[in-house]
Ligand binder design. Structure first.
Ligand code: F6R
Length: 369
């Protein structure tokens, strides 16, 4: 059942190219339009939407944070992302023009379920992004877009996360299509990019041996920090979460722009810091700023572990370890940048003798508060 892998997590990491491709399958017609029939919320309702609110927990919340960049960019709608456990105990401002997107692999997470119930009581429309057919969250939503990751057994979410991202991109593009802020040729171009990402994930997986060796060499460390900005910021948060839950190490993700506002005080000699570098072609300003950040932390002794695009030579002089990822459009980069962080956490957990598929104190679906 583990298909020759030592752990379900390794199997599920390896299944990601297929999971990504499967989640796109049948959702784009020959003309390049999205045919998301599952999104049964009528077009006239979607055209009236004036705000998107995403609710989720844990890794699914990180997918939501990334979705915000895509939704704002492609639809020009304001988008908020909320931890479901916080959302449900506030008085969020929602009405019939709010589209609430609930993201959940299991479809049974209590906090996310309560958040969507709360949203529907206020008249909001709820779209679920879910990996589990017939589970409670999709049953209680107005519509559901299923991720086709297949069953995820390891407690730490990997392939479900990548497919949640794909589903979020599809929702963002679909909203753009329905609302007319995104035109067929643009959608076609993004969909083409999305389709080729599956191959890019495959290429990342083929180059993971140095990442494993690096992870093993860090088994005695106590702390690892993660930095990113723009969509790389939630990727940094996700890398830190994976390391906490699997390796039981102190790990924190920061927005690189926040370094000077506090976190830089943590930098000390030989502290491993993973930096997710934005594409130099997309937002070159952000790229240059993060290169400066890498220089700054290295000057203070950090051991820099840099995840950067193939061909990005500017980072090379400041990287103690350089992990290459394929060239990808800026908004889609998380699909490739997250993979080395999953492998890194899995290998560190193994090196530290931890139970990879069943980390201590955690459950696969959290059906209590
Ligand atoms: C992290 C992880 C958890 C889940 C969270 C939400 O690897 O697995 O953080 O992402 O408990 O679960 P779902 O997506 O089932 O609602």
């Amino acid at each position: 059942e583990k298909g020759g892998y030592d752990y379900f997590m390794l199997k599920e990491i390896a299944e990601q190219p297929k999971a990504v491709a499967d989640t796109l399958l049948g959702r784009i017609d020959g003309a390049g339009s999205l045919t998301l029939d599952e999104v049964r919320i009528p077009a006239n309702v979607l055209r009236e939407v004036d705000k998107v609110v995403i609710v989720a927990c844990g890794t699914a919340f990180h997918a939501g944070l990334i979705a915000k960049y895509a939704i704002e960019h492609w639809t020009r709608l304001p988008c908020e992302v909320e931890l479901a456990s916080e959302f449900r105990y506030r008085d969020p401002i929602l009405d019939q023009q709010t589209l609430v997107v609930a993201i959940s692999q299991s479809g049974e997470t209590m906090d996310t379920l309560m958040a969507l119930r709360h949203a529907r009581e206020q008249g909001a429309h709820v779209l679920a992004i879910c990996n589990t057919n017939g589970s409670t969250i999709p049953r209680e939503s107005d519509a559901v877009l299923y991720t086709h990751a297949g069953p995820e057994v390891a407690v730490a979410s990997t392939k479900a996360f990548l497919t949640q991202l794909v589903a979020c991109y599809l929702v963002a593009l679909y909203l753009g299509q329905v609302r007319g802020t995104k035109w067929a040729d643009e959608i076609r171009a993004v969909v083409r990019d999305l389709s080729s990402v599956s191959g890019a994930v495959d290429r990342v997986l083929e180059t993971m041996e140095p990442v494993r060796a690096l992870a093993r060499s860090l088994a005695e460390k106590n702390t690892v920090l993660f930095l990113g900005r723009h969509v790389g910021y939630p990727v940094a948060l996700e890398g830190a979460l994976k390391l906490k839950e699997l390796a039981y190490m102190h790990a924190e993700g920061f927005a690189a722009g926040e370094l000077k506002h506090g976190p830089i005080a943590l930098i000390e000699d030989d502290l491993p810091v993973v930096v997710v570098v934005p594409s130099p072609r997309g937002r070159s300003v952000l790229h240059d700023k993060i290169v400066s950040n890498i220089q700054e932390i290295r000057a203070r002794g950090a051991r820099t572990i840099v995840i950067a695009e193939e061909g990005d030579e500017a980072v090379a002089p400041y990287a103690d370890h350089l992990i290459r990822i394929p060239v990808t459009p800026t908004l889609l980069q998380p699909l490739v940048a997250t993979v080395p962080l999953q492998v890194f956490a899995c290998e560190l957990a193994t090196a530290r003798g931890n139970e990879v598929d069943q980390p201590r104190n955690l459950a696969k679906s959290v059906t209590v508060e």
